[in-house]
Design a protein around this ligand. Structure first.
Ligand code: CTP
Ligand code: CA
Length: 228
């Protein structure tokens, strides 16, 4: 895909993008994970670099080549992703949370491999992970520096896409929420995506089914306008 010919409208901007899906360890060999491929986050990173931005890409368990020109920080769990995003955010203009962050993690991790016995296993007790996107919104609301001036979230919804998206945008305190409709072979692991971008301060923008780079460019158009 040709990335040339884009405007340099993000020149001098520092952007943090999270991509992929976190893994929450059960024991040294097993984890709870999700189906995020990281393709959308990587498309965001590539297009942002092509538009002149300085990009830190926080990548959780992604099997993709590093995008040229971006600083890549590899993480595994939600806790690691949170620490990496908060560190990179210190001198960032905008944060885009495209990663699928596990909502829960096992309360305890076994230091050694859990062995099979004749009995059924104990249930895995889960506890909540911190909500990184909500935390960024809260920092900004409270004026707790540093915080990014533009905050973008992603959401995959299966039903009541718009109503759920609106409620989530408000709950998270972000500027933009890119709401994907999951299903119909869209989103996970595919090169194409379709979405509607909800804005805290404006009309929704519909993005028809197309390459994840196209969706990324619409997100950057909206971010660039807010940074200007
Ligand atoms: N997110 C986050 N930290 C979490 C969970 C989610 O930063 N612990 C971010 C995701 O990266 C995404 C956005 O929040 O940008 C929305 O994630 P989503 O899973 O749709 O929202 P939740 O609030 O977890 O709601 P639910 O899963 O119940 O729909
Ligand atoms: Ca979630």
């Amino acid at each position: 895909r040709v990335l040339a010919g884009r405007p340099a409208d993000l020149a001098g901007r520092r952007l943090v993008i999270s991509a992929g899906g976190t893994r929450e360890a059960i024991d040294p060999v097993r984890f709870i994970g999700n189906r995020s491929s990281g393709l959308q986050g990587y498309a965001l990173a590539r297009t942002a670099v092509a538009r002149g931005a300085e990009v830190t890409l926080v990548a959780a368990n992604v099997a993709l080549p590093d995008p040229a020109g971006a600083t890549v920080v590899r993480v595994e769990s939600a806790a690691e992703l949170r620490a990496a995003v908060l560190e990179a955010m210190e001198d960032a203009d905008a944060v885009v949370m495209a990663a699928a962050v596990a909502d829960f993690r096992p309360a305890a991790q076994s230091g050694s491999k859990i062995k099979k016995t004749s009995a059924d296993p104990d249930p895995i007790h889960l506890v909540k992970n911190p909500d990184i996107l909500a935390e960024l919104g809260e920092r900004r609301r409270e004026g707790l520096k540093p915080y990014p001036s533009v905050i973008v979230g992603f959401a995959a919804e299966t039903d009541d896409v718009l109503a759920n998206g609106r409620a989530k945008l408000a709950r998270k305190g972000c500027d933009l929420l890119v709401v994907n409709q999951v299903g119909d072979n869209l989103a996970f692991g595919t090169p194409d995506n379709a979405a509607v971008v909800l804005a805290a301060d404006g009309e929704p923008v519909e993005i028809p089914r197309g390459p994840k780079e196209d969706l990324a460019d619409v997100v950057w158009d909206l971010v660039a306008r807010r940074l200007a």
